[in-house]
Design a protein around this ligand. Structure first.
Ligand code: SF4
Ligand code: SF4
Length: 369
């Protein structure tokens, strides 16, 4: 990835950064507070830190990391449930690599694996279907986490299992939807921001029209952005202009890949296999209709129905991931940051995921000493 200091066209990036800073300072003077924008995509969290955009705008624009990383927002109870699923010798649990180290109440899937449970990392849920095909004597359970970007792939795995009649495959789906959480952040959590840097990948599926409610219900501007320094700076500049002029809009600054109505094929796949359900978010709690569950028609692939696993209450820890997700704290404000909690020994999910705000801050913005 490019850094702001080594961009393909340094002159453009530097000129744009200067324009952003000048406009941000003008807004600060005009409104008496530093403009604050929230990104709700883990890839933006990492790109803003890694490319130096966040550092260069420090003191001018407050860039807050919201609930954009699927690993970080996965409730501890779901990890506990998956560990319980893995306890049986007749089962294989499969998941994405990042999920392995996420702490549950007592331990992680990685520690369960170290203790002899059959827990495997896969790169795609389709790999889990193949593992089920190769191990007909075992039940193979895939832990399906993700936002709208991932759900069509989860749907494809169920479709493949149904097509091939692989009935020893099932999915523990704990997926998340962007619109309900944005609404909750604004209406319940009352986050203090001036606009959203809207996710590039999720928007490919949803389309720009999906964010119309931000204007209609909250008069909150948003700009859909790509991940290169110039793209992110340009999106932040457009957000600042809307704040300055008091003219909120949803702007698609990623037109090369995001269409107004999104990707209809992906939406169709989602709707065929999944339906909305209430979902619990780590650090936020239950949000109505903020997740997707497997439709009744495909319930034989629903691990939550196939196995009787009781979902318990999460353990209280000093980890402040919940506050991070809501933009109420920065990593350095957590007493564990860089001490008890590091990427090697993560206490909370924000430090586990490579796209977590604590991990990004630790890698690129940590104050030495
Ligand atoms: S530093 Fe660690 S413990 Fe603190 S909020 Fe981040 S992940 Fe949680
Ligand atoms: S856990 Fe960290 S990266 Fe994930 S959403 Fe929360 S703050 Fe963002």
């Amino acid at each position: 990835m490019q850094t702001l200091f080594e961009p393909a066209d340094p002159a453009v990036a530097i000129e744009l950064a200067q324009k952003v800073i000048a406009l941000a300072d003008r807004c600060k003077e005009k409104f008496g507070a530093m403009p604050a924008f929230m990104e709700v995509c883990g890839s933006h969290t990492m790109a803003l830190a890694k490319t130096g955009v966040k550092l260069i705008l420090q003191g001018h624009v407050n860039l807050i990391s919201g609930p954009g990383c699927p690993v970080c927002v996965t409730d501890q109870k779901q990890i506990d449930a998956m560990i319980e699923v893995a306890e049986s010798d007749s089962r294989i649990v499969c998941t994405f690599g990042d999920m392995m180290r996420v702490p549950g109440s007592k331990r992680s899937l990685l520690s369960a694996k170290t203790e002899g449970r059959d827990v495997r990392i896969v790169y795609s849920p389709l790999d889990a279907v193949r593992i089920a095909e190769e191990n007909p004597e075992k039940e193979v359970v895939f832990l399906g986490v993700g936002f709208e970007t991932t759900v069509p792939v989860l749907a494809a795995a169920i479709q493949m299992a149904a097509h091939k009649n692989i009935n020893n495959f099932s999915m523990w789906a704990t997926t998340k939807l962007v619109q309900p959480v944005l609404r909750t952040l604004l209406s319940v959590k009352k986050v203090k921001i001036n606009g959203f840097l809207l996710p590039g990948h999720v928007s490919i599926v949803l389309g720009e029209q999906a964010y119309r409610f931000l204007i209609d219900e909250f008069r909150m501007p948003g700009v859909i952005s790509g991940f290169e320094p110039v793209e992110m700076l340009s999106a932040i500049y457009k957000l600042l202009k809307m704040v300055d002029e008091g003219r909120p809009e949803i702007i698609n600054n990623y037109k090369s890949v995001v269409r107004a109505g999104g990707n209809k094929t992906a939406q169709k796949m989602m709707n065929e296999f999944f339906q909305p359900c209430d979902e619990s978010w780590r650090g936020i709690g239950m949000i109505s209709k903020s997740g997707l569950e497997i439709r009744e028609k495909y319930s034989r692939f629903n691990a939550k129905e196939k196995f009787s696993i009781k979902i318990g209450e999460p353990k209280k820890t000093p980890c402040r991931c919940g506050d991070m997700i809501c933009g109420l704290a920065s990593p350095e404000e957590c007493v564990l940051f860089g001490k008890a909690c590091t990427p090697l020994h993560p206490v909370g999910p924000c430090m586990v995921s490579t796209e977590g705000s604590c991990a990004a801050h630790y890698a690129y913005m940590r104050k030495e000493g």
